[in-house]
Design a protein around this ligand. Structure first.
Ligand code: NDP
Length: 407
């Protein structure tokens, strides 16, 4: 029988379960490319419930315990001697979410002698040292496509929020003012702007599709060209690299994985090549951007705004400069964890577990590492190497999580 160690974010400060705003969520059977949404044999929660936090347990407890497995759920992952570190040595399966990542570093792999499967309940397994997973023969799987559309909606929201100066204008209302000139002195229309995505996979393409009706000029760069019909349909301009794209865009959104090739791509040099006053939206991974270069560019006006929901580490310390830099519209890492998205990635996690325990193959599109090498979606998205360098970097922040008030 397996011990399953699951790391999830904390419950709401108001208690669990929350009072839900709605009674149901739309039923989605297929993603835009035809891939079916997760198909577990059973489900022990109602789609639309908060299952991504500790008490939600991804809806897995009944299923696992009925088969004799042990489930340990914790949010305590970064402190020295954290619950995660204490429970890891005899865990066979680790489940973690990018929103609250349990950094599976080489050092932790060395201690996790029984570990066989690491599941990302979501998309993006860069918090796992994939090279170490390959070396230790650990299978890594994620729930591909589960929250791609969720993220694309967040990207569109953030582009509009930045360009139209939404959040500062809202603040004037909250503060009791009616300062129209103060609100509009940085407010523009998106219409007619050049908007580009660096990375045009599931999320990037969904962003392009959603922005088309805004009558913007759309640009993209990617390792591979999109089908000609799609380029024509959306009137896309392809650029051979990020530098060529950023030179002509007013809004740039980043939608590619973090791996050694993309880490630190948006540094002073690349940002310096952008048009003055570009808006940058990054919901991919924080480390694709140089943290301090972003702050410098906002302070100098080279960037007119920066928004995103990805940070390093997660949670970021209270004094992380992205909390207080000018013209930001940051959120915690939430774009892919809407209640709608949770229903899919929790069901996908259950599907992966059912396959694992029954000895059935895990869907190829969910696999990142298998049998000592990159596999499935992982072979496509990642390059060998440690994308996180998490061991060293995360250690610098250990013990300084920036959670909610009073924590
Ligand atoms: P996809 O794999 O569908 O798309 C990523 C695209 O990026 C691919 O088309 C890939 O190219 C391209 N790419 C990779 N490396 C480069 C490079 N060096 N230069 C240009 N293009 C590159 O992934 P998704 O769209 O589903 O997700 C993208 C990322 O978004 C994820 O890796 C994850 O980090 C992040 N994410 C964030 C979430 C959140 O909650 N904020 C939730 C889900 C994902 P090709 O395949 O053609 O080689």
């Amino acid at each position: 029988m397996a011990k399953v160690l699951c790391v999830l974010y904390d419950d709401p400060v108001g208690g669990y379960p929350p009072k839900y705003a709605r009674d149901d969520i739309p039923k989605i059977d297929r993603y835009p490319d035809g891939q079916t949404t997760p198909t577990p044999k059973g489900l022990d929660f109602k789609p639309g419930e908060l299952v991504g936090c500790v008490s939600g347990e991804l809806g897995l407890r009944k299923f696992l315990e009925s088969q004799g497995h042990t489930l340990v759920v914790t949010s305590d992952k970064d402190r020295p001697d954290s619950t995660f570190d204490k429970e890891l040595p005899d865990a066979e399966i680790v489940i973690s979410q990018p929103f609250w990542p349990a950094y599976l570093t080489a050092e932790r792999f060395a201690k996790a002698k029984k570990l066989k499967l690491a599941i990302t309940a979501g998309i993006g397994s860069d918090h796992v040292d994939l090279q170490a997973a390959m070396n230790h023969g650990v299978t890594v799987a994620e729930v591909t496509y589960s929250n791609s559309i969720s993220v694309s909606e967040h990207v569109v929201m953030m582009i509009l929020a930045l360009v139209r100066n939404y959040l500062p204008s809202h603040q004037w209302v909250v503060d009791g003012g009616w300062n129209i000139a103060d609100c509009v002195e940085r407010s523009y229309d998106v219409e007619g702007m050049n908007v580009g995505t660096v990375g045009a996979g599931r999320i990037g393409t969904a962003v392009l599709r959603r922005l088309k009706p805004f009558d913007v000029k759309l640009h993209y760069t990617d390792r591979h060209r999109l089908p000609t019909e799609l380029e024509k349909e959306l009137d896309l301009t392809f650029h051979p690299d990020a530098e060529a794209l950023v030179k002509v865009c007013d809004v740039v959104t980043i939608n590619m994985p973090l791996h050694p090739e993309t880490e630190g791509l948006f540094d002073d040099a690349l940002i310096g090549k952008m048009k003055r006053g570009t808006y940058l939206v990054n919901t991919a991974r924080a480390k694709i951007c140089d943290r301090d270069a972003i702050v410098r560019a906002l302070e100098s006006g080279q960037l007119a705004g920066y928004a995103g929901d990805v940070w390093f580490p997660q949670p970021p310390p209270r004094d992380h400069p992205w909390r207080t830099m000018p013209h930001e519209a940051m959120t915690p890492h939430i774009s892919g964890s809407s209640l709608s998205a949770q229903a899919r990635y929790a069901a996908g996690t259950r599907e992966i577990l059912e396959c694992w325990f029954e000895g059935r193959p895990i869907r190829e599109e969910y696999l990142i590492v298998a049998e000592g090498k990159l596999a499935g979606a992982g072979a496509h998205a990642y390059t060998p190497g440690d994308a996180t360098r998490g061991a060293e970097d995360a250690a610098r922040f250990t013990g300084s999580p920036g959670q909610g008030p009073g924590k």
